[in-house]
Design a protein around this ligand. Structure first.
Ligand SMILES: Cc1ncc(COP(=O)(O)O)c(C=O)c1O
Length: 407
């Protein structure tokens, strides 16, 4: 029986051909076409501007919103560290909202505690593809005249209260790397619905060049290599044994390769926007993003039903409109659980999120967020990507139950 990798990129043959055709024919209009199609299909209109990454998109958005030095920007403490780093890079001061006790998400009803005279922006994050409680955040922002921005890096295609995420806030950011619900092989995007803001974002985008042809090709080769390495056969025969060997030395090889030092923004001026060839991949993928998300949704709810009632395992609070970028669980001994799962041929991931309030980088922002710290210690992401079928998820659930018997 083949082992189950923690993730697999979804890049089809058609998308590889679109990439090659656009690269060969220098289809410059692919970027504009991708931006328009993204707005139409995923946001029901408005404007999208492709960006070097979600973090640079956030820098642009904050600059376009005229954030002044020292203005406060509220964001959740359990976060991707590049988010508060982008707030800092844009001149703002991050203020951290803790998670609700023993949970996966921030309690946006507690936002009032953090809103002060210098608060300008609140960044609400839709984590794991699960929409945040936007209504609670939006009501409080409206009362206090604070601008709401949505971080949809993990929520592409999700809906909150029946509306696509990214359409409630003044602006929204997206991340388009190979493990996201929609990929351009890399890069990000920023979206908004007002023309004035869109023009300012476009002016900021115009300061950046596009990813050069060889670098685009390198991204495609990397995605293809990832696709091969996570194919069940090579994964079972080569990668999983390597992962287990490294694990004995206390190293997660995937993290060794992919993890960045906390808070890296890259140079927000020189970082390059997606090339026409990358945009062509996005255009092709936009045609099937709904189908990919439907497979994730089927898998997510199925796995949740198969894991119901497992003792000492906390399952995520899922909302209607969730698109399952990942399937997180909480367990007090997640490393032991991850090792026991790998012994049973199921790979899982500790993830790349942290309690940012406790990172030395943000020490001067002086918050203590114990619930975020606990979630950061206990979270484990199980495989959920579209290529998996219910029979694979049965194996994941059986492995979790068996592994927990021994933990
Ligand atoms: C919630 C969240 N916000 C922001 C980012 C940053 O995205 P990027 O790597 O495109 O800058 C990520 C990355 O995965 C993320 O998960």
């Amino acid at each position: 029986m083949f082992a189950i990798p923690r993730f697999r990129p979804s890049v089809s043959h058609r998308e590889v051909l679109s990439f090659l055709a656009a690269a060969a024919l220098l289809r410059r209009h692919a970027v504009d076409a991708c931006e328009r199609d993204f707005a139409r299909r995923l946001l029901g209109g408005g404007r999208v501007v492709l960006a070097p990454s979600a973090r640079v998109a956030l820098c642009w958005l904050l600059e376009a919103l005229d954030l002044a030095p020292g203005d406060e920007v509220v964001t959740q403490a359990f976060n991707f560290p590049a988010v508060p780093a982008a707030i800092r890079a844009a001149g703002g001061r991050p203020r951290f909202l803790d998670l609700a006790p023993g949970s996966f998400e921030a309690d946006w009803r507690r936002l009032d505690d953090l809103l002060g005279p210098r608060t300008r922006v609140v960044v609400v994050t839709h984590l794991y593809g699960n929409p945040a409680d936007l209504a609670a955040a939006a009501a409080r922002c409206a009362d206090r005249g604070v601008t709401l921005v949505e971080d949809c890096a993990q929520g592409i295609g999700a809906a909150a209260g029946g509306r696509p995420v990214g359409t409630t806030g003044r602006g929204a950011i997206f991340s388009l790397g190979p493990t996201k619900n929609l990929t351009l092989l890399g890069g990000g995007a920023v979206a908004c619905r007002d023309e004035g803001l869109a023009r300012r974002l476009e002016a900021l985008a115009a300061r950046h060049g596009k990813v050069r042809p060889l670098a685009s090709l390198a991204l495609m080769v990397k995605a293809a290599a990832l696709g091969v390495a996570t194919h069940p056969l090579p994964f079972s025969l080569a990668l999983l044994p390597l992962l287990r060997l490294a694990e004995r030395r206390g190293v997660d090889l995937v993290h060794q390769i992919m993890e960045e030092p906390p808070g890296v923004i890259g140079d927000p001026i020189r970082a390059r926007r997606p090339s026409a060839a990358m945009a062509a991949v996005g255009l092709a993928q936009l045609g099937r993003v709904d189908a990919l998300n439907r497979a994730r949704v089927r898998n997510g709810w199925y796995l949740r039903s198969r894991l119901a009632g497992v003792e000492r395992l906390t399952l995520p609070p899922l909302r209607e409109g969730c698109v399952f970028m990942s399937f997180p669980v909480l367990h007090p001994e997640r490393e032991v659980l991850a090792r026991a799962l790998r012994d049973r041929g199921v790979d899982s991931d500790l993830g790349f999120m942290a309690d940012c309030s406790s990172l030395p980088l943000f020490a001067e922002d002086g918050a203590s967020c114990p619930h975020s710290a606990r979630t950061a210690r206990e979270i484990l992401h199980l495989p959920i990507y579209p290529q998996l079928e219910p029979r694979h998820l049965d194996r994941v659930a059986t492995a979790v139950r068996a592994a927990l018997d021994g933990v």
